[in-house]
Write a new protein. Structure first.
Length: 140
C-alpha cells in the first residue's frame, strides 16, 4: 500500500503542476486534490477488479480476492476503496485489525467481503526436449 501512496503522490504533484500551468490554479487548491481523489478511486477500483492487484500489490506479490477466490468485481472493489477511509478514520485501527485477526482481514476487507492473499506465480509448462533424430536431417 505504501508503494501505491508513492503513485498517488506523484499524481497529486503532477495535477498541482498542470493546474498551475494550464488554469493558473495555486498549488494546494481543491481542484488538484479532487482530481487526485478521483484518480485514486479509479486506480484502486479498476486495478483491483481487473486483476486483483495494484502496482504496489504486484511488486510485493499479493492480490485482493473475493469470496470465490477470484478478483473482486467493480462493486466490492469500489466498496473496498471507500472502506479504506473508514479504516483510516478509526486512527488506523481498521488497518491494524489485519495483524490481530486469524484470517488477516482488515476492516475494509470485512466491509467489502474481500481478503488479501499471496499471488501465485503462473505455472510454466515443462519443456520436453525433442528427440535427437528430429533435430537435424540425416547426413547423406
Amino acid at each position: 500500500m505504501a508503494l501505491d501512496f508513492v503513485v498517488f503522490g506523484v499524481v497529486k504533484f503532477s495535477f498541482d503542476r498542470i493546474g498551475a500551468r494550464l488554469f493558473g490554479l495555486e498549488m494546494g487548491t481543491a481542484w488538484p486534490a479532487l482530481f487526485t481523489l478521483l484518480f485514486t478511486a479509479a486506480y484502486t477500483t479498476l486495478l483491483s477488479a481487473v486483476g486483483g492487484q495494484t502496482i504496489g500489490k504486484m511488486i510485493v506479490g499479493i492480490r485482493v480476492v473475493g469470496p470465490d477466490g477470484e478478483a473482486p468485481t467493480i462493486g466490492p472493489a469500489f466498496m473496498r476503496y471507500l472502506a479504506y477511509f473508514v479504516s483510516l478514520a478509526t486512527f488506523g485501527l481498521g488497518f491494524a485489525m489485519a495483524g490481530l485477526r486469524r484470517d488477516k482481514r482488515a476492516l475494509h476487507d470485512l466491509m467489502a467481503g474481500t481478503r488479501v492473499e499471496r499471488a501465485q506465480a503462473p505455472r510454466a509448462e515443462p519443456v520436453v526436449p525433442a528427440p535427437v533424430d528430429q533435430l537435424a536431417p540425416p547426413l547423406a
